[in-house]
Design a binder for this molecule. Structure first.
Ligand SMILES: Nc1ncnc2c1ncn2[C@@H]1O[C@H](COP(=O)(O)OP(=O)(O)O)[C@@H](O)[C@H]1O
Ligand SMILES: [Mg+2]
Length: 235
């Protein structure tokens, strides 16, 4: 079953074509990565999927329903959750308050104690989120997205700016999400991509260059030329 389908999405900023006729779909339970150089249009695409940005043309289907006219909260209600390239937390509130707030907003039956214990963060519950490390903040952001009980979660560079240890931690966390949650992840760290994703879509200057499994992407000459280059040899 298609969880997400993107059909002929184009977006211009001023005269600049940031996305051009982008189409692809993601099946239920997939771990899909989107890779591509800076400025390729990845975050713009996520903003269009979540509904914070309107495309110039094209349609977005979530769980079979055309949501192009839906505001973000209606898309979230259908089962879409996202994290941002930059943190989006209540930095002045404690960790526990952030989680409780998210659970309340989402009418969730989850228990904050259980969540924090599960993810080894219970002993930090009283710490203001602004005082947590960058890695922990990204972890909390992921927890807040999970509090929505999403069916599809879209993650924008969850390891951006992280130390190798923090990157490992967040990779493990994403890898351990229940298999029924479909994951779409934008990620620049190729080791993380090849660890997590079963399929990879390559975006280049606003267009899909190719899509395939790890082996296909690693051995694709076009991908190597425009993007992977030395990154591919390292992994
Ligand atoms: N709100 C905006 N207004 C104008 N240009 C934008 C805006 N958002 C993104 N862009 C431009 O669109 C291009 C793609 O950006 P982005 O989607 O953030 O790429 P990526 O996430 O792949 O690095 C960039 O050239 C960026 O400068
Ligand atoms: Mg981006």
């Amino acid at each position: 079953m298609k969880v997400l389908e993107i059909k002929n999405i184009s977006k211009n900023f001023g005269g600049v074509k940031v996305l051009q006729d982008v189409s692809f779909f993601v099946n239920s339970g997939e771990r899909r990565a989107i890779i591509g150089p800076n400025g390729a249009g990845k975050t713009t695409l996520f903003n269009i999927i979540s509904g914070t940005l309107k495309p110039n043309t094209g349609e977005i289907f979530l769980f079979g329903e055309n949501v192009i006219k839906f505001p973000p909260y209606r898309r979230a209600k259908l089962g879409l959750a996202r994290t941002f390239q930059k943190n989006n937390l209540f930095l002045g509130l404690s960790l526990l308050d952030n989680i409780n707030l998210a659970l309340r907003i989402n009418n969730s039956s989850f228990n904050s104690r259980e969540i924090l214990k599960n993810w080894d963060l219970w002993n930090k519950r009283k710490v203001r989120v602004g005082e947590l490390s960058h890695g922990e903040q990204r972890q909390v952001e992921l927890l807040l997205a999970l509090a929505q009980s999403p069916k599809l979660i879209i993650l924008d560079e969850p390891t951006a700016g992280m130390s190798p240890l923090e990157t490992q931690m967040i990779t493990k966390m994403v890898a351990s999400l229940p298999p029924e949650i479909t994951i779409l992840i934008i990620e620049h760290d190729m080791e993380v991509v090849f660890n997590l994703a079963d399929r990879i879509t390559v975006l280049h200057y606003g267009q899909i260059l190719c899509e395939g499994n790890k082996q296909e992407i690693k051995s694709n000459q076009q991908v190597k030329d425009v993007y992977l280059g030395s990154a591919c040899e390292e992994v």
